[in-house]
Design a protein around this ligand. Structure first.
Ligand code: GTP
Ligand code: MG
Length: 195
């Protein structure tokens, strides 16, 4: 997809704030600081439209971005951020859960995982939960630039095995820094939304 236009729409804190209309939505899930917002910026060639931060837990609402007039990216709050109070974490959990289960415009969840490390318990739980609920998933392993190219496949194998990843689910090796995987990820998204 050639991105001609990208704009921030809303930080939604509840369903009544979700945009109207029937545009397909692509949501990004992953641990805090894994690189969700950076991935959006790379996909749309914008440096800082999606707010990134070296401080984890920055994204705390559902942040909607409109791409051309074709689709929305939905940047979800990162999970597994220990410094957020427990009660608040539960509220977010429920809110995100409802979105992932009930939003009919949701066409695909990009599960973003750090290529450098084995998936966390939260990553595995998220993958299992999405599979269990029949939500379409694409696993994106990011920050590939942080390890040598010769080790990429070994790390991919460890991650796929730990997730017991379904062979039918797409996987993209990604780096927001390098732009690696961008075209392949767009192809997966276009395929899902029938673009
Ligand atoms: P939350 O909103 O807190 O959940 O974080 P996030 O998942 O949106 O992460 P964000 O995109 O803000 O990135 C976190 C940090 O990782 C920033 O310092 C980014 O510059 C860095 N980062 C993200 N992706 C990459 C990548 O592919 N390569 C490298 N080298 N750094 C990255
Ligand atoms: Mg973010």
């Amino acid at each position: 997809m050639k991105v001609n236009q990208a704009e921030f729409i809303i930080s939604a804190v509840g369903p009544n704030q979700y945009p109207e209309g029937a545009l397909p939505e692509i949501a990004l899930a992953g641990r805090s600081n894994v690189g969700k917002s950076s991935l959006i910026n790379r996909m749309i060639n914008r440096k800082n439209l999606a707010r990134t931060s070296s401080k984890p837990g920055k994204t705390q609402q559902l942040n909607y971005y409109l791409i051309n007039k074709d689709l929305h990216f939905v940047d979800l709050p990162g999970y597994g951020y220990a410094q957020v109070s427990k009660s608040k974490r539960e509220v977010w959990g429920k809110f995100i859960e409802d979105y992932l289960l009930r939003r009919e415009h949701l066409k695909l969840v990009l599960l973003i995982i750090d290529l450098r490390h084995p998936p966390s318990k939260d990553d595995i739980a998220m993958y299992d939960w999405l599979k269990h609920n029949g939500v379409p998933i694409c696993v994106v392993t990011t920050k590939a630039d942080k390890i040598p190219k010769g080790k990429w496949q070994k790390h991919v194998k460890i991650i796929k095995e730990a997730l017991e990843m379904d062979k039918a689910d797409p996987h993209i090796l990604f780096s927001s820094e390098l732009g690696l995987g961008k075209d392949e990820l767009w192809a997966v998204i276009e395929n899902r939304i029938g673009y």
